[in-house]
Design a binder for this molecule. Structure first.
Ligand code: HEM
Length: 608
């Protein structure tokens, strides 16, 4: 029976850990990619050109087909392989409806770091046969050279890439790539190593390496030389505050720790959350030029000094939140794809700069008449790091939209980390539109290009959508305003409280400038509620409440819960009387965006 039809269950070794931990991988991406990769394996093997029967290559494949699979056989087999002094780079099982199964192990000789000679393969085969009746084949992993990889650049020929010493068939994965089809296709037929040196989020904490390994089809006979560390594009990134919670460092993605969140309504600059897509660009402020152009404008070029001297300085207090904030809660239902943020991918600052609308209208001549006449719909921001995003022209030009070209943050010059010399602040709108290090602003009839606007990165799908083949992504609107949000910051999950009243503190915020009208807390899963006192941020202007509102409450512990585990939950209501949904399950989406369900914190009450 073909492997594709019976690949219903798959275990994957984390190649980087190489320990005995088996990871049961249920991600949509892995499953579909793995199923397809393995179903294609046999046919590719038959047609391969440069497979060398005698050269052991860098790894070997052990295929162990058993008639009667049983629980624990995988562990027993891996023990046998370890005793044979093998590194297990990957392990998978495909099971049929009956009790037959095929175990596939990718192994490497511990001593030589290479695949196994014919003699060693025979020994391994014999050792495995002692475990269960069935057929055991051991063979070298197919070997290809870069020239073979280069021949595979279209869906018809298969889209292949190489990474270090591996060759991968990514044909079926391309449409599901979170960074967009255009970006991944840049590497079709090539080594992805140089691309991943820039986008190092792939080799950080996420699941990209595991995904890639699931698509492996062979070894690369002429791998690129090891990275030249001195050319690391991140070597000039700024020093970072050690108190941040780092998810990645290249590029940096770090969140504000809960312990520091409520210390000040304006988050201190050094502990502001960081969400980068690239290395931090180095920019001499005297050389900085901002180009403003596009349909309905007369093109202008402005220096930092022009912005400071030719326009009134404005100040706006705004909270920014990443669209993936609280993604880790959705990951608990089923792994999504992206940084597993807690609730700290948001922070607040007083931004100083000039109104974008004043630059567009008074300097570049983008009047309301021109917007109508030239059918301008979007304002596109291009960052010097090659990030690109856009917002609707209505938001950019609204006298109440408060979109800023910011050169100050909390009274200081904008730090490099946060976009110096100039960044965009789009209050009330998802963080990714607040483009840092902005070099060009363009009025356009079209949205910005790229994965962060048109790709899947910031688009919300229904919980049913687990893979994107056949879905017209362009038709799904990209995120702009964010929904109402709140979280309990204190007490911390897992802590113990002793008093009869629990002091609970947190924040609430909503997109689109909608203020917070109420925050409710419950200790009995929403049967009864206590209303919190709103603190800093409660008096912001109608529909211009761009910053978060802090809240606190003293919640009496009922006798029935004294001395027990208690789950505290909160939900906020915004000025549109929209409130947070109860459960995360109906919010689950492929990219893990917009998680704003009731926030729950479990603690223990200690009764004296
Ligand atoms: C070939 C195998 C590849 C795999 C398995 C892969 C996988 C992934 C995954 C899982 C993510 C989400 C990461 C996260 O948000 O934490 C991602 C994002 C991304 N990928 Fe890839 N990728 C591949 C190739 C590439 C290539 C060759 C490029 C560039 C030319 C690229 C560019 C990007 C970009 C720009 C993002 C978005 C990063 C961000 O928003 O910060 N990827 N990829």
């Amino acid at each position: 029976m073909a492997i594709s039809r019976r690949l219903v269950q798959r275990f994957q070794w984390s190649a980087s850990l190489r320990d005995s931990r088996i990871v049961l991988d249920r991600t949509w991406l892995c499953l579909s990619a793995a199923a397809l990769a393995w179903s294609d394996y046999e046919s590719r093997r038959r047609s391969r050109q440069s497979f060398c029967e005698t050269d052991p290559g860098r790894s070997s494949i052990i295929k162990f087909r058993v008639d009667n699979d049983r629980p624990g056989l995988l562990s027993e087999a891996t023990e046998v392989l370890k005793k044979q002094h093998l590194n297990i780079k990957d392990a998978r099982i495909s099971t049929a409806d009956d009790s037959r199964a095929e175990h596939v192990y990718i192994v490497q000789d511990k001593l030589s770091g290479a695949g196994l000679s014919e003699d060693r393969l025979a020994q391994v085969r014999e050792a495995l046969r002692q475990l269960a009746a069935g057929d055991c084949r051991a063979e070298p992993w197919p070997r290809y050279c870069s020239a073979d990889v280069a021949k595979h650049t279209t869906p018809e020929q298969g889209i292949w890439v190489s990474y270090k010493d591996g060759v991968y068939d990514i044909t079926k994965f391309v449409a599901n790539h979170p960074g967009g089809t255009d970006k991944i296709m840049l590497a079709a037929g090539k080594a992805i190593d140089p691309f991943w040196r820039i986008y190092q989020q792939h080799t950080g904490r996420g699941n990209a390496l595991e995904l890639l390994e699931s698509m492996r089809i062979g070894d690369l006979s002429d791998p690129p030389q090891a990275d030249d560390r001195s050319s690391c594009p991140f070597s000039t990134d700024p020093e970072r505050h050690p108190g941040l919670i780092f998810h990645n460092n290249k590029p940096c993605n770090a969140e504000l720790p809960a312990e520091l969140m409520l210390d000040a309504w304006l988050t201190p600059n050094p502990v502001w959350f960081i969400r980068h897509h690239h290395p931090v660009p180095i920019m001499d402020h005297d050389q900085y030029r901002l180009v403003v152009d596009g349909v309905g404008t007369k093109s202008v070029t402005l220096s930092l000094e022009d912005l400071k001297s030719r326009f009134l300085k404005r100040e706006v207090v705004a909270t920014l939140q990443c669209g993936g904030n609280r993604r880790s809660e959705l990951d608990q239902i089923e792994k999504t794809s992206g940084i597993p943020w807690g609730f700290g991918a948001m922070s607040t600052a007083k931004w100083g700069g000039v109104y974008l609308r004043e630059v567009l209208q008074h300097c570049a001549g983008l009047s309301h008449e021109n917007v109508e006449a030239f059918e301008v719909k979007h304002i596109i921001f291009k960052g010097l790091d090659s990030m690109e995003a856009s917002i609707p022209v209505q938001k950019a030009l609204s006298p109440y939209g408060d979109v800023l070209l910011a050169y100050e943050m909390n009274g200081e010059s904008l730090p490099k980390e946060h976009g110096a010399p100039v960044r965009i602040i789009v209050p009330g709108v998802v963080g990714v539109r607040n483009v840092k290090w902005v070099g060009k602003i363009t009025a356009s009839q079209e949205e910005a290009q790229g994965p962060w606007q048109r790709g899947i990165a910031y688009k919300g799908f229904s919980p049913n959508v687990k893979e994107l083949t056949g879905i017209d992504i362009e038709k799904i609107p990209s995120m702009q305003d964010l929904p109402v949000q709140s979280a309990i910051v204190f007490p911390k999950a897992g802590s113990t409280v002793e008093l009869d009243d629990i002091e609970v503190k947190g924040f609430a915020w909503s997109g689109g400038g909608r203020g917070i009208v109420r925050v409710d807390l419950s200790l009995d899963d929403g049967k009864t509620w206590i209303t919190a006192d709103l603190q800093d941020g409660k008096d912001q202007a109608y529909n211009r409440a761009w910053a978060w509102t802090f809240w606190e409450a003293s919640v009496p512990v009922p006798d029935s819960l004294k001395g027990k585990d208690i789950t505290i939950l909160c939900r906020a209501v915004d000025s549109a009387y929209s409130t947070q949904p109860e459960r995360p399950e109906p919010l689950w989406n492929l990219r893990g965006l917009n998680c704003n369900c009731w926030h729950r914190v479990s603690i223990r009450h200690q009764d004296d």
